[in-house]
Design a protein around this ligand. Structure first.
Ligand code: ADP
Ligand code: MG
Length: 701
């Protein structure tokens, strides 16, 4: 890297140690290079100046040229503000400042000609601009200019310290003006040619100082390509390493256990999708390479059965399996249902969770080390060092987004040879996102629900229809069905949320009194034993209503439950709503999901609810979720670390560039798998470098 670019920003004119520290902290900008890599998030076309008469309030940012005719301070602290009158001869508008009043008072002057930039809005029938940008018209030129003015992200804290978009723009211009020579290229000439990309130097110049719309487009394309390309190259490179350097355990046969199970125990015919996935897995296991497969399937699509069949294959080849699930409830449920499914088959299954007794633990440990235990089902407890297997051959991870890569690696270390890995998820991941994040995994999809399921009917009620909702529940309960009621529980406001849940419990208890009705309550703050007891009450049918937080989101299976009521549904993400809804509709009866909300809904919230009412397709909803919220906020992704910071590419909008970048990365690695040719060496170096400021991969499975 160029030495100039590696300099600390505190040495830069107009920055200094104090502002440098702020930039370090707030935007992770340390060096000149970091500044150049802080791209604008939007551009405003400054080639046109409007007259006030022309203003139409549907316009986005516009420019005016005129003078301030009056300036007054109004109100008392802390509600002080400054309002000004701005006129250009064709009319006048109002300017309003709430913040930085001191700055406005000392710098904004009456009678001087300004270029104003801002977004018009109407307040009290008058066209107003809140916090417009003002530049003295005669000082407007100078420095590197461009007609498209870049806007840079800052933070509240930076703004309070007068580091606004404009100051970043100036600082970046300064770095560029003082820079001698060319920014070193990061992609080989062959790729630049082939993909028709601007050289990096040129692209960076145009991203900060676009000289035309066309140049800007080309610059954006180049930088998006590069960003996505290195992610793909990294993932595919790692996959290569895995496939070429690590031998996998070879499972010669699918074996007798599976055969017997298939012929005698299978309670229903497999769906075509289940069959296909089992075949894909069988092929992996017989390949001599380590399997690393992601199984995606909507809630209720029957992933557990696939996992079980895979574990039976492992057992037949003399290997043990571990199945790791995120919650104790789920572990117990899997343990019981798998035990039931394997009735009469000579397979030894164990359950290990936080609440397994010491005596039971000791016994499990013995059976694990002498090899007599075939399948161990459990929670995080499986990761403890004392849990040692004789010959672990397969790890199944259910609902993967709760487990991290580090955790997976821990299981991996329990063996001299890495076990096969099957990661299952019911959080459908849009194709483009899957491609980015799971490039290293092979993906199987169960895209079919078992036959005979009636699509769940989803209804949205405002809180005013609560009585109708109660009435509906009563009818369902009379038919012998069971009901879930879910309250949001989000960590920041746990105590508050818990109160909502408790109030809810009270209200339901009044409406559905004992002894006619039994209500069980489950939430994350309960002791495990209490939780298990409440859960059991509901599973056994002794309780008709379960009031819970999202702890029931994952995997709980009570086919007789036919109604899911989600309180404050506007507070949930789309994928999470869909997950919760998936707790019903598991039996033969018609099921319902009732989304309760207040009248206060954001636009986006309204769209989410509409989508839920209109679609039962998890993949479709995931795509929409991604569009509505962007990848950073996608459900499950925050926990899973999918929320990586792409600097310029957008996974939703740039799917095509992503696909192309992936193809090129694949080509490069096919012809030079170790990236050691003279022209590819730079790729290897840059790959290393992108990892120094890594995306938060640490928690991705
Ligand atoms: P998920 O994919 O959400 O983990 P499960 O494995 O819990 O789904 O399966 C949901 C329900 O569907 C279970 O009650 C299971 O017994 C049932 N099931 C699974 N496969 C089939 C099938 N092929 N035909 C009918 N029911 C099935
Ligand atoms: Mg499941």
């Amino acid at each position: 890297m160029n030495q100039y670019l590696q300099q600390d920003i505190k040495f830069l004119g107009g920055v200094g140690p104090k502002r440098a520290e702020l930039l370090n902290k707030e935007l992770q900008i340390y060096t000149y290079a970091d500044l150049l890599n802080h791209y604008p998030y939007k551009y405003v076309d400054r080639s046109r100046i409007y007259s006030i008469r022309e203003i139409d309030t549907t316009l986005a940012y516009i420019q005016l040229r005129g003078k301030i005719t009056s300036l007054i301070k109004e109100g008392q602290p802390p509600k002080e503000r400054i309002t000004a009158n701005f006129s250009d001869g064709t009319g006048s508008v109002k300017l309003v400042f709430f913040q930085g009043l001191k700055f406005v008072e000392t710098n904004v002057k009456i009678g001087i000609e300004y270029i104003l930039l801002g977004k018009p809005a109407v307040f009290n029938g008058q066209i107003s601009f809140v916090h417009p940008e003002l530049d003295e018209a005669n000082k407007y030129d100078g420095g590197i200019t461009s007609l498209l003015q870049p806007f840079y992200n800052t933070t509240e804290k930076l703004k309070r310290n007068y580091i606004i978009s404009k100051s970043l723009q100036k600082t970046i211009a300064l770095v560029w003006q003082n820079f001698q020579g060319n920014i070193p290229e990061t992609l080989p000439e062959t790729i630049l040619q082939k993909a028709n990309l601007l050289p990096l130097h040129n692209a960076l110049f145009n991203i900060h100082f676009p000289q035309s719309h066309e140049n800007l487009k080309k610059a954006q394309y180049r930088l998006k390509f590069e960003e996505l390309f290195f992610i793909q190259l990294d993932l595919l490179y790692q996959k290569n390493v895995r496939l070429s350097h690590i031998d996998g355990l070879l499972f010669q046969t699918s074996g007798e256990y599976l055969n017997t199970f298939y012929k005698q125990n299978l309670p229903f015919p497999l769906t075509e999708a289940q069959k296909r996935v089992v075949k894909e897995i069988r092929k992996d296991l017989g390949s001599g390479k380590q399997m690393n497969r992601l199984l995606q399937g909507d809630v209720g699509s029957g992933k557990t059965l696939v996992a079980l069949m895979t574990m039976l294959m492992a057992a037949a080849n003399g290997y043990q399996s571990a199945m790791m699930v995120p919650t104790e409830i789920l572990a117990q449920q899997h343990f019981k249902s798998i035990q039931k499914l394997l009735l009469g088959i000579d397979i030894n299954i164990g359950l290990l969770t936080g609440s397994t007794t010491k005596v039971a633990r000791t016994k499990l440990r013995e059976q694990l080390t002498d090899g007599s235990l075939h399948i161990l089902i459990g929670t995080h407890a499986l990761l403890e060092d004392v849990v040692q297997f004789k010959n672990l051959g397969l790890v199944v991870i259910d609902e993967q987004h709760r487990f991290g890569v580090a955790q997976r690696a821990k299981l991996w270390q329990k063996n001299s040879q890495p076990p096969h890995i099957l990661v299952m998820t019911a959080t459908p991941i849009p194709r483009t996102l899957a491609m980015t994040v799971y490039s290293d995994l092979d993906v199987s999809v169960i895209d079919e629900l078992p036959p005979g399921r009636k699509p769940i009917q989803t209804i949205h009620y405002f809180d005013s229809k609560r009585l109708m909702m109660f009435g509906f529940l009563k009818k369902q309960l009379e038919l012998g069905r069971q009901v879930y009621v879910v309250y949001p529980l989000i960590t920041e406001s746990e105590n508050l949320d818990l109160k909502f849940l408790e109030d809810g419990v009270e209200a339901f208890a009044r409406e559905f009194p004992v002894p006619k009705y039994q209500i069980s309550v489950v939430h994350g703050k309960q002791k495990n034993a209490d939780k298990a007891f409440s859960m059991q009450q509901f599973v056994s049918g002794k309780a008709q209503i379960m009031i819970a937080t999202t702890v029931i989101e994952v995997g709980v299976d009570v086919p007789n439950a036919s109604v899911m009521v989600i309180e404050s549904a506007e507070r949930f993400g789309l994928s999470q709503l869909h997950q919760l809804r998936g707790r019903v509709g598991r039996g033969v009866e018609q099921s319902y999901c009732i989304l309760m909300t207040s009248y206060k809904l954001s636009n986006e919230g309204r769209k989410r609810l509409e989508a839920m009412v209109n679609s039962n397709d998890g993949f479709e909803l995931a795509e929409l979720d991604l569009k509505l919220r962007g990848p950073g906020d996608l459900d499950g992704t925050q926990q899973s670390g999918l929320a990586f910071d792409l600097k310029i590419a957008n996974i939703v909008k740039d799917g095509q560039i992503l696909q192309y970048a992936r193809d090129i990365a694949m080509e490069v690695l096919t012809s030079d798998p170790t990236l050691s040719s003279e022209s590819n060496k730079m790729l290897k170096i840059n790959l290393q470098r992108t990892k120094e400021h890594p995306v938060n991969w640490s928690v991705i499975s």
